[in-house]
Design a protein around this ligand. Sequence first.
Ligand SMILES: [Zn+2]
Ligand SMILES: [Zn+2]
Length: 80
Amino acid sequence: MRTGKQPKPAGACSVCHGLTRRREILNHRCDRVVNGRRCYGTFKSAMTYLWDQCDSCEGTGKVGTGICGECAGFGWKMYG
Ligand SMILES: [Zn+2]
Ligand SMILES: [Zn+2]
């Protein structure tokens, strides 16, 4: 069974490139912890970046019954 394609993320961190769907955290500091340290990046609007649909899940965010590991279920990856 195919699920629909995911909409583009709302934004992404400028440093760790973590994606988010929460518009309210745009321009706020990233809350991811990488190697035990809080990321120093800031979430920027998706408009700032170029996007590629994820090949592994064809933009659906799912592979079989699981979440796509390539895009963490977003269905999109930052270009480049
Ligand atoms: Zn980050
Ligand atoms: Zn994917």
